[in-house]
Design a protein around this ligand. Structure first.
Ligand code: ATP
Length: 234
């Protein structure tokens, strides 16, 4: 296992708001990590910095040993918490864009995932329901052979059956040496997925441990432990 992400003293201010306060993290390959915290705790801010979307911050961020650059961006397959396609686009255009943009895009895996997600209409994005647009985006993200996958609320808008398919797909369709970071509020559904968890509170890491240790230490499931740690933070 090697460190794929190293963050030292990461601080981010939006005007007077200190969204991240000296965050330190080391994340290794082959792990599924839950990035958890209440609204406004800084999860999306960290993700945006790791993915190169937010460029102004203090501290050091290394991706696979190198500072953030186009090279590091190419190592990360990122699912944002919103649909980022233009609705007028054809699905074939989006797929072409992905395969042109990312050398690691696996068309065969994409086709299999689309079958699994039962997306039959492959014409225009606007003809897909919101849940199916989310699934399409997920299929594209998972079809890359990336070193790092970052999912921001991948199960937000979909029904419970689809949620299970999505979690199963994440678990079984990624490169096993990859690092997966998953941010969600629906901990109850996903806790068995996480090898380790990060609890963020007001921009600070208050806990970063293997899930097993958290469950043992608090003598309760992860969801309950989360509520215990954040009891006064809501
Ligand atoms: N563009 C921005 N301008 C000003 N403040 C911002 C901006 N983006 C985020 N913030 C603030 O930074 C803090 C962290 O926000 P962030 O979106 O990272 O939290 P989060 O944990 O992802 O929240 P949520 O779970 O609600 O998505 C919050 O106080 C938020 O109001």
């Amino acid at each position: 296992m090697k460190n794929l992400i190293e963050v030292k003293g990461l601080t981010k201010k939006y005007g007077n708001v200190e969204a991240l306060k000296g965050v330190n993290l080391e994340l290794t390959s082959g792990k599924i990590v839950g990035l958890l915290g209440p609204n406004g705790s800084g999860k999306t801010t960290i993700i945006k910095i790791l993915t190169g979307l937010l460029k102004q911050y203090e501290g050091e961020v290394l991706i696979d040993g190198n500072p953030i650059s186009n090279l590091s961006k190419g190592l990360i397959s990122y699912l944002p918490d919103q649909i980022y396609f233009e609705k007028w686009m054809k699905i074939t255009d989006v797929v072409k864009y992905f395969s042109d943009m990312y050398g690691d895009f696996n068309q065969e895996r994409f086709n299999i995932l689309m079958e699994k997600f039962k997306i039959q209409d492959r014409t225009y994005i606007k003809k897909l329901s919101k849940g199916n647009q989310e699934k399409l985006q997920l299929a594209l993200i998972l079809s890359r052979d990336a070193k790092i996958y970052i999912f921001d609320e991948p199960i937000g808008g979909v029904d419970p059956v689809v949620r299970e398919i999505i979690l199963d797909t994440i678990l079984n369709n990624h490169n096993k040496d990859a690092l997966i970071i998953l941010s969600t509020h629906q901990i109850y559904d996903v806790e068995e997925l996480f090898d380790e968890v990060i609890f963020l509170k007001y921009g600070e890491v208050v806990l970063h441990k293997p899930t097993k240790e958290v469950v043992e230490e608090y003598n309760m499931n992860l969801n309950e432990a989360f509520k215990e740690v954040f009891r006064n933070a809501f």
